[in-house]
Design a protein around this ligand. Structure first.
Ligand SMILES: *Cc1c(COP(=O)(O)O)cnc(C)c1O
Length: 346
């Protein structure tokens, strides 16, 4: 394999292509003319498939990106004078160029520290305090599942945080760019990590799990969806050829394909983490619970891997590396990577 062929292999799960079922559905939807802006049968069927997945009769909207999903969800909760408690590593805090702040017209993000990129009940309670008019009012708790360090919240952890938020009159937003990986890892029902755990609005990720693009916003608190259709349009996130965003969802949610792909990605991360356990100098930054491996590697190993053409991010400090596995990550690529790490570390 040339360096080019394996480039991108572990950089991000969004470097992967489109899963075959999703691509076939995309092509099948290319059948002549259909009504635009989501007034087509594919969009209706996809929204129904999402509702069936959660066993919930609630509003569902598709948007093209995860940033749009998060920002519009936060804007549905927050006034410009409100605040959002989130983890300091949260995508909304560090990787969305202020989209939540811009979409809400000024809501302030209150970032807290916590091991494994998880918000702890203690950190939440310390930050979710309403002061007087000089400070924004905490109005949303934003959590990420699976987290930015590849950990997952158990249903009970989510539920306790959501209860604490609701007790303060706050709403819970879940950034589920990797929701599939969390469900696959925990082996629970999707609803157990969503409305049954107190989530009010979920950004249900599709892109990183093998869709061409598109995330679904699921409003378990239906009141938050009021005027959402206009909010999405105003932000420029209403795709006119919506059927091509929606059709792949139908194929992926059918027969549990979405969970099979997520489980595969998780298994590849597990294989990588298990292999790294035998490598001197490799120290996991966080437990591997989903599809990402976060590990400290000696600088000479990092340099050597780069020289051999491997692509991955240094994500934490100067030596904390992130290796993301995707729906199509091959076992042999994990094994080749491990062999190179071992050779360089040895
Ligand atoms: C990738 C990702 C998103 C969505 O990002 P887009 O590039 O806007 O689609 C959101 N949250 C997390 C945690 C992510 O990893």
């Amino acid at each position: 394999m040339s360096a080019d062929e394996r480039s991108g292999q572990f950089a991000s799960d969004n470097n992967a292509g489109i899963a075959p079922e999703a691509l076939e559905a995309f092509v099948r939807a290319n059948a002549g003319h259909a009504a635009g802006y989501g007034n087509d049968r594919w969009t209706r069927e996809a929204a129904d498939a999402v509702r069936r997945t959660f066993d919930a009769d609630v509003p569902v909207y598709f948007v093209p990106t995860g940033t749009a999903a998060n920002a519009l969800a936060i804007a549905s909760i927050c006034r410009p004078t409100d605040a959002v408690v989130c983890h300091e590593f949260a995508h909304v805090n560090v990787d969305e160029c202020g989209a939540c702040e811009a979409a809400s017209g000024g809501a302030k993000l209150l970032a807290v520290a916590g091991p494994g990129a998880k918000v702890t009940p203690e950190a939440f309670a310390a930050r979710a305090v309403a002061h007087d008019e000089h400070a924004s009012r905490p109005r949303a708790l934003s959590l990420t599942q699976a987290t930015e360090l590849g950990t997952v919240y158990a249903p009970r952890e989510l539920g306790a945080l959501a209860d604490a938020a609701h007790a303060r009159g706050m709403k819970v937003h879940l950034d589920g760019a990797r929701f599939a990986n969390a469900v696959a890892a925990l082996g629970c029902a999707p609803a157990d990590l969503a409305q049954r755990a107190g989530v009010d609005v979920l950004a249900f990720g599709g892109t990183k799990n093998g869709l061409p693009f598109g995330e679904a916003l699921v409003f378990f608190d239906a009141a938050l969806a009021e005027e959402f259709a206009r909010r999405r349009k105003q932000a420029g996130h209403l795709a006119s050829k919506m059927r091509f965003v929606a059709a792949p969802w139908i194929a992926m949610l059918e027969n549990g394909r979405w969970l099979a792909y997520a489980a595969h990605a998780n298994a590849m991360a597990r294989r990588l983490a298990d292999g790294l356990a035998n490598v001197p100098g490799a120290v996991l930054i966080a437990p591997t619970q989903a599809n990402g491996v976060f590990v400290e590697l000696p600088p000479r190993v990092i340099e050597g891997l780069r020289a051999r053409g491997w692509r991955f991010y240094v994500f934490v400090g100067d030596t904390g590396c992130r290796f993301m596995c995707a729906w199509d990550t091959a076992e042999r690529d994990v094994d080749r990577l491990l062999a190179d790490v071992a050779a360089l570390a040895g």
